[in-house]
Design a protein around this ligand. Structure first.
Ligand SMILES: O=P(O)(O)O[C@H]1O[C@H](CO)[C@@H](O)[C@H]1O
Ligand code: HPA
Length: 296
């Protein structure tokens, strides 16, 4: 159980620095790219060469993963020769953590030198043209918890991380999205590639039919329970973000439908698309230094 003082220090500069210092003392990898694995997508971490693995429970100030399909470990290594850190398991609001704790790894990565974040997630498809197994490049988001004042940036702003009022109209890097389109075309993945708007909700219950209809009419193409908080904190700290949703199920929009969203289907879709998603992400990482947009 967290005390009030734990809440106050969540995600603070001092807390994040202590974690970054601990990690720097335990690994020689100095990551430039961070990757977050979504539900059922933990195989991304297995692409890293010469992996050095830390259980979240061994890392000072890190929360624990509590969700099936999220292994709960941080993997350092190289991907296509690039130093990377990969979260094999992320944290969600519905696990009961303060939102600043959920996003703490973003600040730790920033302090360790990460410049580009690649987030992945599993999401329900609201867009009626989307099929299960499609991969959606996130071009924008709708932050439902944010409308209720639930933001990882709420509270005093620490200028050492970023400005009080960060811009979010450029949250998802345009050049990295173009790079992803190019890579998908080269790999022959265009048939299942989409680009759209991701809406985050608090979960853990899946959406009602009326909620899905509302979200769709608001302009959301996919719905999930993650990623956006991470992106907000990463952008606040000046990191470039690129994010992919695997459409793991179709959101139920019809009162005659017998379909029911469930986590097993989410994980199963991850298994089916895992290899292609891994190939796409590793090719994007490989290209980060051969395009103008790169940070290397
Ligand atoms: O967003 P990720 O972590 O991929 O997980 C998604 O899958 C879970 C529901 O099956 C929810 O946690 C949802 O957000
Ligand atoms: O249908 C969904 N809704 C919310 N989150 C999800 N994560 C995977 N699928 C879904």
């Amino acid at each position: 159980m967290l005390s009030m003082s734990d809440f106050a220090s969540c995600g603070s500069y001092e807390e994040c620095s202590a974690t970054a210092d601990w990690l720097r003392a335990h690994t020689q990898v100095r990551p430039r790219v961070g990757i977050v694995c979504g539900s059922g997508l933990g195989g991304l971490a297995e692409m890293l060469k010469d992996p050095q693995v830390f259980k979240y429970s061994d890392i000072p100030n890190f929360p624990r993963s509590t969700v099936h399909g999220h292994a709960g470990q941080l993997v350092f290594g190289t991907l296509k020769g690039k130093p990377c850190v990969c979260m094999q398991g992320r944290f969600h609001l519905y696990e009961g953590y303060p939102i600043q704790k959920i996003t703490l790894p973003m600040r730790v990565f920033k302090l360790m030198g990460v410049e580009t974040m690649i987030m992945t997630n599993a999401a329900g498809g609201l867009n009626q043209d989307y099929k299960v197994g499609d991969v959606m490049i996130i071009k924008d988001h709708i932050n439902m918890p944010g409308f209720a004042g639930i933001s990882p940036l709420a509270g005093p702003n620490d200028d050492r991380f970023g400005v009080r009022f960060p811009c979010m109209s450029d949250a998802y890097d345009r050049e990295l999205r173009q790079l992803a389109h190019d890579v998908a075309a080269e790999l022959g993945y265009s048939d299942f590639l989409q680009e759209g708007v991701y809406c985050v909700l608090g979960g853990p219950s899946f959406e009602t039919i009326a909620e899905c209809r509302m979200l769709h009419s608001l302009g959301a193409d996919a719905v999930g329970m993650s990623t956006v908080h991470e992106v907000i904190v990463a952008r606040h700290a000046g990191m470039r973000c690129f994010a992919l949703s695997l459409i793991s199920n179709r959101a139920v929009m019809d009162y005659d439908s017998q379909e029911k969203a469930n986590h097993e289907e989410v994980l199963e879709t991850g298994r089916l698309r895992a290899q292609q998603l891994e190939k796409m992400v590793s090719t994007i990482v490989a290209r980060l230094d051969s395009d103008n947009n790169n940070s290397f």
